[in-house]
Ligand binder design. Structure first.
Ligand code: PHE
Length: 457
């Protein structure tokens, strides 16, 4: 039995390094860009409630599956799944989970890079505004339209961001990533807290709190549940192999449950704080919290930056740090595929990073076009960007998570999963096993089925 106990791609220097990298993967545009607009599009409290339940009942257990499978297999997700299936006497077809993750990762990376490009563009625009007293930013909606209306501008920033991502992946993930996460993520968090402080001063904070936390149960329908479940997987970076790939570099002595819990907690906390930062500004400016769409924070936050003392300086810091948070996430979107190519093809790490970056870049042009030349072109009522986002986040990630849970719960021998979770008490292990054997597969299956309309909720 060929057990590889060291990953060929290097190892994290410590358990903390893994927690930081996995948190860097989880915390990104998903928390600060996507969470507020998903909440705004899906009725606020109802969405948030289902989202939090999904994190606890599905997200955390599946995260533990990914960490333990990755660490056991010590390879890229495709090869880890294939190898663990072989060792468990199951069919090699399980590697399809890895392939679906590869596909989902490419789709997500393609639009992720375009949106991250917006944050770069905003950072630069605010820098100019902060330095030129006569600079006119224009009204927030118009500022946003000017950016997304320009295909060349979107492509320019998308290209810069994709280059930033592939260059780090080409170097290998341990170098640089650890440092970025250790210092820059706390800084981003401080700026978010400043925005929450500003929100409190507007007099609309309690309205924001009730919008986010007072669930109107009549709003919960299949589409809200699918959106919330997709958001839980997207935000925790689950279902496509990012955490599995990072788990492959995790030292043997780290606890799967403890590290997973830390990452899930940090990620959820940042999303909730981002919501508390954004919604007071919505209400204070008499804006509509429904149907925000992907431009939501880009048209909401400028109201606060215009009203705050030193607002432009905060804006530069905010958008720069958000770009960094997006960067540490996009690196983790690319890593599983690059690791696979390095293991299974003659490509070098650098060559693989350029190849995957190139493919995702090309696909991303579709997203860039969907805000201007292609804005009239829709698939099932969604424009190109929204369709790619829906397919990858709401369908492929939960489906990937479902198969990962089934594999860890039913296929992997219990002695192996118990050995890998040795820090859990017997009771905790049983709860985890119940969640991954029954709760996660059944719930995800029912929700996915209802999204096809075959089952009405
Ligand atoms: N979790 C990241 C975010 O919230 C996005 C991501 C999804 C990263 C899937 C890796 C895998 O921004």
């Amino acid at each position: 039995m060929a057990q590889v106990r060291e990953s060929l791609h290097g190892m994290w220097s410590s358990r903390l390094a893994f927690v930081l990298a996995a948190t860097g993967s989880a915390v990104g545009l998903g928390n600060i860009w996507r969470f507020p607009y998903m909440a705004s599009d899906n009725g606020g409290g109802a969405f948030v409630l289902v989202y939090l339940l999904c994190i606890a009942a599905l997200g955390l257990p599946v995260m533990m599956c990914e960490i333990l499978l990755g660490r056991r297999g010590r390879r890229s997700p495709i090869n880890t799944m294939r190898e663990l299936a072989r060792e468990s006497g199951a069919t090699r077809a399980w590697q399809i989970v890895g392939w679906s993750g590869l596909f989902a990762g490419l789709l997500i990376l393609s639009f992720y890079s375009v949106i991250a490009g917006w944050t770069l563009s905003y950072a630069l625009t605010y820098l100019e505004a902060a330095m030129t007293p006569s600079f006119n930013l224009g009204e927030p909606g118009q500022m946003f339209q000017e950016l997304v209306g320009s295909f060349p501008a979107l492509t320019f920033w998308h290209t810069i961001f994709m280059l930033m991502t592939l260059l780090v992946v080409a170097l290998g993930v341990e170098k640089g990533l650890e440092r970025a996460v250790r210092f820059l993520m706390p800084a981003l968090f401080v700026i978010l807290l400043l925005l929450v402080g500003y929100g409190m001063s507007t007099g609309y904070f309690s309205k924001a709190v009730s919008f986010l936390f007072a669930a109107d149960f009549s709003r919960i329908d299949a589409s809200v549940v699918i959106a919330a479940m997709g958001q839980a997987f997207f935000s925790l970076s689950l279902g496509m192999g990012s955490i599995m790939a990072y788990g492959a570099y995790l030292p043997e002595d780290a606890s799967v449950g403890g590290t997973g819990l830390m990452v899930a907690f940090a990620d959820t906390f940042v999303a909730v704080v981002a919501g508390l930062a954004v919604f007071p500004i919505v209400f204070a400016n008499g804006l509509n919290p429904e149907g925000g769409g992907p431009g939501f924070i880009f048209t909401i936050l400028p109201h606060a930056f215009a009203a705050m003392d030193f607002g432009y300086i905060y804006a530069v810091a905010f958008f720069t740090l958000l770009a960094v948070a997006a960067w540490t996430s996009s690196i983790s979107l690319m890593e599983p595929t690059v690791a696979y190519l390095v293991e299974s093809t003659p490509l070098t790490r650098r060559g693989a990073a350029w190849l995957i970056g190139g493919v995702a870049w090309l696909l991303g042009l579709g997203t860039a076009l969907s805000f201007n030349h292609w804005s009239g072109f829709t698939i099932a009522g969604l424009n190109f960007q929204a369709a790619v986002e829906y397919l990858s986040s709401n369908i492929l990630l939960p489906a990937g998570g479902m198969f990962i849970a089934i594999f860890a719960g039913w296929i992997l021998p219990k002695v192996v999963s118990r050995e890998e979770t040795s820090a859990l008490t017997d009771g905790q292990y049983r709860i985890w096993l119940t969640l991954v054997r029954y709760v996660a597969p059944v719930l995800i299956f029912v929700v996915l089925l209802s999204s096809t309309g075959l089952l009405s909720m």
